[in-house]
Design a binder for this molecule. Structure first.
Ligand code: T4K
Length: 369
């Protein structure tokens, strides 16, 4: 059998381009705690993404946990069950009760029409996710948040570089947005993440919180954590930024090729994209509908038998995991769209180095299962 094809493969610049960065770190002996590459990457990411302030983190999960801390969120937070577990785990780590609402069938993002009914006197915030990098209905969500005086923290782990219909960064919506720079993401720093915030004061609080709460050598203002990104990760990010446009362009070509190849396949549905929005092609999910000859799981196994490892993101739903399923809002009857999507979705291999031949093989197997 030929070598395996995974759902993703990290985008890596040539190693020799990274050596001079490492040399600088070796020479300076500055390894972490807000060193020069850390500062440079924060600045360059603000420019690239079109955001005002950005605080780097060692991963997206710590960034989510800290984002909630920074706004002192308590009580209940309305969120989506259709995401990676880290979304809801960040709430539990803060002693917050997640309240799940169903998703929109077109985008698989939180359905704004379901939010109001889930609000209680304990609700303090909404945590939606831009799933697969598809923007949430940010205006509808903000409207509800304003009406009920709720904070909005976007889990934007998938949404690096995504822009709304007006060409503005999707990361500027809500009170805070959180990115992941994990190896499996469009922009990776091996491990990493960031919080995007609109003002200097919030950025300062986040920076304090990610450094144990220190504001100077002898003053600790909050029970902070260690969420800092190291210089090696930050340097890698600076180099990655030089290559990111080409990487996203290649993803766009793969996305288009999948759509063309799968167009006539009965029972396979690709998620629609809004041509006004600028997406990042981070994943390529397909829905395996009932008129396809195989079930989603059978197709997943069929591909796997040929060395093609798609992934069922996001199955099981977060609300089906043991630490969540006892919640009243976790009942599958209340989450029919999310439950259906979790049964139908298969994410196909999507990464810049995916060859035409490998892509054609995936399409061919799906077309003639
Ligand atoms: N919010 C959302 C909505 C998220 O999706 C995530 C993370 C987070 C928050 C939390 O952000 P971080 O704390 O992770 O920064 C992966 C990732 O570990 C996770 O970051 C990601 N979401 C999630 C959707 O996917 P797994 O368990 O599927 O990863 P794994 O190790 O099975 O990798 C998938 C495939 O990628 C492998 O089969 C091969 C390839 N791969 C992976 C790694 C790690 C490589 O080729 N090289 C690598 O180094 O969770």
């Amino acid at each position: 059998m030929s070598r395996p094809i995974y759902v993703t493969q990290p985008h890596m610049p040539p190693l020799e381009e990274f050596i001079p960065y490492l040399q600088k770190i070796w020479d300076s002996k500055l390894l972490t705690n807000g060193g020069p590459y850390h500062q440079q990457l924060e600045k360059e990411l603000c420019e690239y993404l079109g955001v005002k302030h950005l605080a780097l983190f060692s991963n997206g999960t710590l960034a989510l946990i800290t984002a909630l801390q920074s706004l002192r969120i308590t009580g209940e937070v309305i969120t989506t069950p259709y995401s990676f577990v880290a979304t809801a785990h960040s709430l539990l780590w803060n002693g917050i009760k997640p309240v799940f609402v169903d998703v929109d069938p077109a985008t698989l993002n939180m359905d704004p029409a379901k939010i109001e009914a889930a609000i209680t006197p304990q609700t303090t915030a909404i945590m939606p996710v831009h799933v697969y990098g598809q923007p949430c209905d940010v205006d509808a969500i903000q409207h509800i948040a304003d009406r009920y005086n709720l904070r909005v923290i976007y889990d934007a782990a998938h949404a690096f570089g995504v822009r709304d219909g007006q060409g503005h960064s999707i990361l500027n919506h809500g009170d805070l947005s959180v990115l992941s720079f994990h190896a499996t993401k469009v922009f990776n720093t091996f491990e990493g993440g960031a919080i995007i915030c609109p003002d200097e004061r919030t950025k300062q609080r986040i920076d304090n919180l990610k450094n144990f709460g220190f504001v100077d050598e002898v003053t600790v203002v909050a029970p902070g954590i260690n969420g800092k990104m190291s210089e090696v990760n930050a340097a890698f990010g600076v180099l990655q930024l030089r290559h990111i446009d080409a990487a996203i362009q290649r993803r766009a070509e793969i996305d288009a090729a999948y759509r063309r190849g799968l167009e006539g396949v009965k029972g396979i549905r690709c998620l629609a994209v809004d041509p006004k929005q600028q997406t990042n092609f981070s994943y390529f999910p397909v829905l395996v509908e009932s008129d396809y000859p195989l079930s989603r799981d059978d197709l997943y196994e069929r591909l796997k038998a040929q060395g093609i490892h798609g992934r069922r993101y996001f199955f099981p739903l977060i609300s089906d995991f043991p630490m969540y399923r006892g919640l009243a809002s976790a009942h599958p009857d209340l989450l029919p769209v999310a439950s259906g999507a979790a049964r139908k979705v298969l994410c196909l291999p999507m990464y810049p180095a995916l060859s035409q031949e490998d892509l054609a093989r995936v399409v061919q197997i799906i077309g003639q299962p």
